[in-house]
Ligand binder design. Structure first.
Ligand code: SF4
Length: 306
């Protein structure tokens, strides 16, 4: 969730004058260390998350791990985002890590102390941070404004790319897969190496996406990020040549949503990449190359048919 909330979090701690350290970019060692402590059946993203925790254990006074449950009518997060604080405390109980958290629960249905909307949740950290509620509220509001501006600018950049010329591919996946240096970035680079412009489906107006996703699925789809990704497909599909679905194995929400996408998106070429993090890019490059060939053949066919 750093890729979704990073500006908010960093700006918040900066506004309070607090030092923070970030874990390094994901690499093989981080994945291996995370895999060593997590159950085998855990998803790739969870293993990477725990690898990052290991990398920070000796480098900070406390770990910042928000508890992100639901955003009311906008949807819920995968259960792992509720599990991470307790899971971390339990897995590393010998080290007794201090965990700084806030709890998001817009629906008010969760039995979690101090849970609520985002501002309420941030203010609840005041005591743990040794700050007054007023200081924390002001820092949150300043950080939120920065985060919204940064996301707006990011969306504008993506819009310009989508409106530009050339071959374009819509990348559909969780930010923490697409933006991850070990699993997502090599795929983006490989696509760019073929001269393709990559459009990130996450870069859409979130309120708009919450309406648009209903064109591809009924309102029972529970996960907020999945809804927004479907909204992103609706938003960009007329301006891209194909879709890449990027999923970390085994992801429950993605297994359902990817199926919806394949059924509902019509005849647009779709490349489905299911990554387990073990093979690096072996095999993936060949599949990307074949996918680009398919897009080129389609272009040639369309030109021939006038
Ligand atoms: S949504 Fe999927 S990839 Fe993300 S934490 Fe949940 S199971 Fe893992």
């Amino acid at each position: 969730m750093y890729y979704r909330n990073g500006v908010l979090w960093e700006s918040f701690f900066k506004a309070l004058g607090m030092d923070y350290v970030l874990s390094p970019k994901t690499n093989k060692g981080i994945l291996e260390r995370g895999s060593a402590v997590m159950a085998d059946e855990s998803c790739l993203a969870s293993k990477i998350f725990m690898g990052h925790v290991v990398s920070l254990l000796d480098r900070c006074d406390c770990l910042f791990i928000p508890w992100l449950s639901n955003f009311g009518e906008c949807g819920i997060n995968c259960t792992r985002f509720r599990a991470f604080p307790a899971m971390t405390a339990n897995l590393f109980r010998d080290r007794e890590p201090r965990i700084l958290t806030y709890a998001i629960d817009y629906s008010g249905t969760q039995d979690m102390k101090h849970a609520g909307d985002e501002e309420t949740a941030f203010v609840s950290m005041a005591k743990a941070l040794g700050k007054s509620k007023k200081q924390v509220r002001l820092a949150y509001r300043e950080a939120k404004e920065k985060a919204e501006r940064a996301f707006y600018e990011q969306r504008e950049r993506t819009q310009r790319l989508a409106d530009g010329d050339g071959k374009k591919i819509l990348m559909v996946g969780h930010d923490y897969c697409i933006c991850d240096d070990y699993i997502g970035k090599p795929i983006l680079e490989a696509l760019k190496g073929y001269g393709v412009t990559v459009i990130d489906a996450n870069h859409v107006d979130r309120a708009e996406a919450q309406r648009d996703f209903l064109q591809l699925s009924d309102g029972t789809l529970p996960w907020i990020v999945s809804r927004e990704l479907l909204g992103g497909i609706v938003h960009f599909r007329d301006r891209v040549d194909g879709i890449v679905l990027l999923t970390g194995f085994p992801c429950g929400p993605d297994s359902i949503v990817n199926d919806v996408i394949r059924r509902e998106v019509g005849d647009m070429p779709i490349l489905y990449l299911l990554l387990d993090g073990q093979d690096g890019m072996a095999g993936v490059e060949t599949r990307i190359e074949s996918f680009i060939d398919i897009l080129n053949f389609r272009d040639m066919g369309e030109r021939r048919n006038g």
